[in-house]
Write a protein that binds this ligand. Structure first.
Ligand SMILES: *[C@@H]1O[C@H](CO)[C@@H](O)[C@H](O)[C@H]1NC(C)=O
Ligand SMILES: *[C@@H]1O[C@H](CO)[C@@H](O)[C@H](O)[C@H]1NC(C)=O
Ligand SMILES: *[C@@H]1O[C@H](CO)[C@@H](O)[C@H](O)[C@H]1NC(C)=O
Ligand SMILES: *[C@@H]1O[C@H](CO)[C@@H](O)[C@H](O)[C@H]1NC(C)=O
Ligand SMILES: *[C@@H]1O[C@H](CO)[C@@H](O)[C@H](O)[C@H]1NC(C)=O
Ligand SMILES: *[C@@H]1O[C@H](CO)[C@@H](O)[C@H](O)[C@H]1NC(C)=O
Ligand SMILES: *[C@@H]1O[C@H](CO)[C@@H](O)[C@H](O)[C@H]1NC(C)=O
Ligand SMILES: *[C@@H]1O[C@H](CO)[C@@H](O)[C@H](O)[C@H]1NC(C)=O
Ligand SMILES: *[C@@H]1O[C@H](CO)[C@@H](O)[C@H](O)[C@H]1NC(C)=O
Ligand SMILES: *[C@@H]1O[C@H](CO)[C@@H](O)[C@H](O)[C@H]1NC(C)=O
Length: 499
């Protein structure tokens, strides 16, 4: 018997080791930054921290070459603006698969597992623009994958926002979940196809947004360790966090259309660290600690207990060129800073020991110099005009109320803005003039927690404009604005129940 137990133990150990090798979570790698680290540096950052799943928002060749040879399971994407073309013409879908999937299918290529069809295409903010093309695009891409021989290994799915389902205001509990009326038929068609092809349902869930701008939301309900004053009681289940409530609302909605057991993956979940009073490192650390602990324990949710949930954290790095229409927090979702420094300890391997993640290696910086306001400057109108100019072209979100640089005096505030612009422009001397108001200094004037950054050196052919009105990836301005509104509505429902 003892021998037998030993064998069992070995098998169990192997199973656990296998689970570890699989990686606990994946991560979203967005690239809307003024300057980007080289893809190979990024790929090594992923490997060093045990991520072996990554989700990107396109199929950019530079990014793909970075991932090549790493074995990291990758979700690539057909952007929303290509859905109509891919839906209308099967040859277009075939070309897409040939150039973005088959091309990387070689020894040392990219380990593609999923193709995302659009990004949150059913968002209410899109006014139905993609409602009629998303599912035909899904079907065409999966067919093209099948015909090219990738079908058993690579599945197409549609990452949706949690705004495609809700519970009625009259009965705001997870078990009353249903798909939104205007997309219910489309989603039923989609889900039938996903079930047939063996693909999961993919949803983005953001407890932070429940809290954002909603002071009545019981804050403990956004995390996993709190004891909210009152749980939401639903058919004998006590819901104590909005993540479970949201996920189970989806499970109920799927159940109502006959697919209650369809696998669900979470395409995005995370917590930002700057740009709002609730976007702080301590809150982010608390959120991730709770999330990763329950994922490691395969806790599941009340309606799907004891299950492994595949999750992609949002996101890998801060992206200083994203639109701030949703809120100033939008540029601060990274678990790493823009230059690949970890922000707080995380248990990314699920072994019960949160540790500071490994930072990016081999990062090259511009010289250690900063652009600051000349203390002799006195014309406040002129200073304000120049600060406004700098902030319209660089990231000043840390200057907001209750943000990391929100406590600076007026002069340091102006210096922060000037420096942000100067760094974003790659420290060209002309970017530190501001009508004679500024000068370059070699003295670091950072005042913790406010960091006057020094930018990284540019890598080839990856520059994006600092133009903040340029198209966004994961979060077109209107898209995330609605995401916020919807999360707030969902939050309000719970407020109704809880108060
Ligand atoms: C490959 O994917 C990218 C991004 O999704 C897209 O811009 C490009 O047009 C695709 N190539 C083809 C041949 O469809
Ligand atoms: C959706 O409709 C609203 C109101 O009519 C409009 O303001 C918005 O620009 C539209 N959005 C898109 C993506 O068409
Ligand atoms: C989608 O199809 C429906 C029904 O055929 C139609 O009423 C609607 O206008 C279409 N939407 C778009 C954006 O083409
Ligand atoms: C889902 O797919 C499975 C496996 O192909 C099939 O047995 C089942 O009937 C499908 N479910 C529905 C509701 O179509
Ligand atoms: C659920 O919450 C109610 C009210 O707070 C409490 O009476 C009940 O014991 C809780 N049930 C469980 C299973 O925790
Ligand atoms: C400030 O003004 C004084 C007097 O005009 C001048 O000597 C000094 O160089 C100025 N400082 C800077 C940093 O320009
Ligand atoms: C201050 O700057 C503004 C804008 O540049 C300018 O119009 C104004 O004349 C200046 N005032 C003084 C006193 O120099
Ligand atoms: C700092 O600059 C920001 C951005 O221009 C502005 O909104 C804020 O009021 C300024 N704060 C102070 C103290 O000057
Ligand atoms: C500030 O950012 C620079 C990189 O731009 C980094 O080297 C430095 O450690 C940071 N300082 C703090 C206090 O975070
Ligand atoms: C910024 O982008 C918008 C929209 O793409 C464009 O119209 C505008 O000319 C750009 N501005 C600059 C300074 O590049």
């Amino acid at each position: 018997m003892a021998g037998c137990a030993a064998v069992v133990a070995v098998v169990l150990a192997a199973a656990v080791a296998g689970a570890r090798a699989e990686g606990l979570v994946g991560v979203n790698w967005g690239t809307m930054a003024t300057r980007r680290l080289p893809p190979k540096v990024m790929a090594r950052l992923l490997k060093d921290n045990g991520f072996n799943k990554v989700k990107i928002f396109d199929a950019d060749e530079t990014t793909m070459m970075g991932l090549a040879g790493t074995g990291i399971e990758t979700m690539i994407a057909v952007p929303n603006d290509m859905l109509a073309a891919v839906a209308a013409d099967y040859r277009r879908a075939k070309d897409w698969v040939k150039m973005n999937v088959t091309k990387y299918d070689f020894h040392g290529g990219v380990n593609i597992k999923f193709v995302a069809i659009g990004n949150e295409p059913f968002l209410t903010a899109y006014n139905g623009t993609y409602d009629n093309v998303t599912v035909p695009a899904l079907k065409n891409i999966q067919r093209a994958l099948d015909e090219a021989g990738h079908g058993s290994a690579i599945k197409a799915t549609v990452p949706v926002n949690a705004d495609v389902y809700d519970s009625p205001a009259s009965n705001p509990v997870p078990s009353a979940g249903k798909f939104r009326d205007d997309v219910a038929a489309t989603i039923t068609d989609m889900v039938g196809f996903l079930n047939h092809s063996g693909a999961p349902f993919s949803v983005n869930i953001y407890p932070f947004l429940s809290l954002y701008g909603n002071d009545d939301f019981p804050i403990d309900y956004a995390f996993f360790d709190g004891a909210p004053p009152k749980p939401v009681i639903d058919k004998g289940i006590n819901y104590t966090n909005v993540f479970d409530a949201n996920f189970d609302t989806l499970v109920s909605a799927l159940d109502k259309i006959g697919f209650g057991t369809l696998p669900v993956i979470i395409g995005e979940v995370g917590w930002p660290t700057d740009g709002d009073k609730h976007a702080t490192v301590p809150y982010a650390e608390r959120f991730y600690a709770g999330l990763l602990k329950r994922l490691a324990a395969r806790q599941g949710t009340p309606l799907r207990p004891h299950t492994h949930i595949e999750v992609y954290l949002f996101g890998l790095m801060d992206e200083d060129a994203k639109s701030v229409a949703p809120g100033n927090f939008e540029r601060h979702w990274g678990i790493f800073t823009f230059d690949g420094r970890p922000k707080f300890p995380l248990d990314l391997r699920g072994n019960g020991r949160p540790v500071m993640p490994a930072g990016a290696r081999g990062v090259q910086y511009l010289p250690r110099q900063w652009c600051v306001l000349n203390p002799n400057a006195t014309n406040t109108t002129k200073i304000a005009d120049n600060v406004a100019y700098a902030c319209s072209r660089a990231d000043c979100t840390p200057l907001g109320y209750a943000c990391s640089c929100g406590a600076l005096d007026a002069a340091k505030n102006a210096s922060y803005a000037f420096n942000a612009y100067y760094q974003a422009q790659g420290q060209v001397p002309a970017a530190c003039d501001f009508q004679g108001l500024a000068f370059i200094t070699h003295k670091d004037v950072s005042q913790p927690p406010c960091n006057f950054s020094v930018q990284i050196t540019e890598t080839h052919a990856t520059a994006v404009t600092t133009n903040t009105t340029a198209a966004a990836d994961s979060s077109a301005p209107d898209a995330t604005t609605t995401r916020v509104t919807v999360a707030m509505m969902m939050a309000l429902l719970f407020v109704l129940v809880l108060t």
